[in-house]
Design a protein around this ligand. Structure first.
Ligand SMILES: CC(C)(COP(=O)(O)OP(=O)(O)OC[C@H]1O[C@@H](n2cnc3c(N)ncnc32)[C@H](O)[C@@H]1OP(=O)(O)O)[C@@H](O)C(=O)NCCC(=O)NCCS
Length: 149
């Protein structure tokens, strides 16, 4: 198992990753722009025997981090792999002395909500009509300590 920075060569494999009903909707243009145009974005892949089985994308803008995407292949979920990606991100946030991290999650995505709560995220607000289908998102946040750490 290995975590490494995502490159343009990984885009096809990331697009093929099947993470289930609530898989964040990403596409080639979005991934390309994360890799090439967004100076705040950090994208990683989790591989096993060179096959991509997980994906992580987050942004650090000054002291604030935002989780944009995290996904593990459906048949490998609940085996601690999402935790590998989460811990990688939290370590990087610590090094950058981030003060907090936020994310949006579909109100019906109980699996991800449980995952985030396991990591100490709390529901901070409801973003009404956040998704294209009109569904709401919870805004979840986790304090990181900033320069108290
Ligand atoms: C969210 C996601 C990345 C979690 O990855 P994972 O590898 O399955 O999670 P882990 O095995 O590391 O779980 C860590 C902890 O999170 C919680 N958790 C994870 N899945 C859970 C589930 N289905 N039900 C309840 N708690 C869950 C548990 O506390 C778990 O610890 P435990 O297994 O010791 O009880 C994965 O479910 C996924 O890819 N989902 C689809 C994509 C998605 O919804 N992404 C989030 C978009 S906002």
């Amino acid at each position: 198992m290995m975590i490494r920075r995502m490159t343009e060569n990984d885009i096809d494999a990331v697009l093929e990753l099947k993470a289930g009903e609530f898989q964040p909707a990403w596409n080639r243009d979005m991934l390309m722009s994360e890799l090439k145009d967004n100076p705040f974005a950090q994208a990683y892949v989790l591989t096993k025997n060179d096959k991509i089985i997980g994906f992580l994308d987050f942004w650090i803008t000054f002291e604030t981090a935002q989780l944009a995407n995290i996904a593990i292949e459906t048949n490998r979920q609940r085996q601690g792999l999402g935790s590998l990606l989460m811990n990688e991100m939290l370590e990087i946030c610590d090094k950058e002395m981030c003060e907090m991290i936020s994310l949006e999650v579909h109100v019906n995505n109980q699996t991800a909500i449980s995952f985030y709560e396991h990591y100490g995220f709390i529901k901070a607000s409801l973003r009404k009509g956040y998704y294209e289908d009109g569904c709401d998102a919870h805004l979840m946040i986790k304090p990181l300590g900033g320069n108290y750490v």
